[in-house]
Design a protein around this ligand. Structure first.
Ligand code: KG4
Ligand code: ZN
Length: 334
């Protein structure tokens, strides 16, 4: 009998639903929330309300697109942690109600583990053990993966996440939230070696981005004072130089992790892995250092329910189910 899973993702500001049949994603739908743009960041209360409005239509369309009826489902999966608690509650309550109504198992998924396993949606897939650089709006981690459900964080950020480094830099430049994709866009036209920003010396496999943010702020303030049109007339070069520095901070640590562990299958995941400069640089590091590199398809990099579905599939096969009184948590290790 085939395994059919409906997965729901509601950890932050996107409401996602996906349907998986026997390890293949048949639909992956998302409702983005525009309401936060005017505030320059995600407002948790507004996110919860928008999830409530979006969840039924998104689930409906995901099931219709996949051609799967609710009564055919084998299990319902949901993002259990980490995330905004109000957002997580909407997805978990919906998933529990549906699992109870259909009398099928419930599967709780860790959002960061799911970002890593987005690399298992399409072929080619990494071999175990592999290293994954998981870079999102809230996390920056190097994860050593021994098997689909056995992962260990071997390095992480001590302050801001890589996504925050992009978004906060964009904010200083006067770009709207979330600024990461805009820095990526302008960087394509710019010279990445024009301005030099510092690379922090952080021990072991950890990261820090707060010093870079301050350096960018002071650099721009100083130059704007001399020339009020400095940002507008150099936007592409500034974006390219900031992006370049964030990428080298990330990939130099991945190189260190690869040298220390001897692992040469290297994957990236999370919203920042949608960055075209990072994707290209990973290929270049790979060619230089003899890595096999893996990057999820664009739609599986930023928050999505397809990655929740693939993680739930491995949990289903391992018999790892959640009880109906499982509670979502804002923070959790995996
Ligand atoms: O994984 P994700 O969708 O949500 C979280 O779990 O945080 O990551 C969102 C982050 C945001 O900081 C956003 O600016 C960044 O990913 N991001 C990008 C790009 N696309 C999304 N950063 C740089 N370049 C991009 N193309
Ligand atoms: Zn995420």
């Amino acid at each position: 009998m085939s395994v059919k899973i409906l997965a729901i993702e509601s950890s932050c500001d996107d409401t996602g639903a996906a349907v998986l049949v026997d390890g293949k994603i048949l639909s992956n739908r998302i409702a983005n929330q525009q309401v936060h743009e005017q505030y320059g960041g995600v407002i948790p209360e507004l996110a919860s309300r928008a999830h409530q409005e979006n969840i039924v239509p998104v689930v409906d369309i995901a099931l219709q697109t996949a051609g799967v009826k609710p009564e055919e489902l084998s299990a319902i999966a949901f993002t259990q942690s980490p995330g905004l608690i109000g957002s997580l509650l909407v997805g978990s309550c919906f998933a529990k109600s549906m699992a109870m109504a259909l009398d099928i198992p419930l599967i709780g998924v860790h959002h960061m583990q799911a970002h890593v396993l987005a690399n298992f949606i399409d072929d080619p897939k990494p071999s175990f053990p592999f290293l994954c650089l998981t870079v999102s709006g809230g996390h920056t981690q190097i994860v050593l993966c021994e098997s689909p459900l056995q992962m260990r964080v071997i390095g992480e950020t001590l302050d801001d996440a890589a996504g925050e480094a992009f978004d906060k830099s964009a904010k200083i430049l006067g770009l709207p939230y979330p600024g990461g994709p805009l820095i990526d866009k302008y960087a394509k036209e710019g010279n990445p070696t024009r301005f030099k920003f510092p690379e922090p010396r952080i021990p072991e496999l950890n990261f820090s981005f707060s010093g870079l943010k301050t350096a960018i702020l002071y650099f721009l303030q100083e130059n704007q004072q001399k020339d009020p049109s400095f940002i507008t007339s150099n936007l592409a070069d500034i974006c390219a130089s900031i992006q370049q520095r964030i990428i080298t901070i990330l990939l130099n640590k991945v190189l260190k992790a690869s040298q220390e562990t001897g692992v040469k299958d290297i994957a990236i995941a999370g919203g920042v892995s949608a960055n075209s400069g990072l994707r290209q640089a990973l290929q270049e590091y790979g060619e230089k250092h003899g890595w096999r590199t893996f990057i999820p398809k664009f739609e599986y990099c930023t928050d999505n329910a397809g990655m929740i579905a693939i993680t739930a599939y491995y949990k289903y096969l391992a018999g790892e189910f959640a009880s109906l009184d499982a509670v979502p948590t804002a923070r959790a290790a995996f």
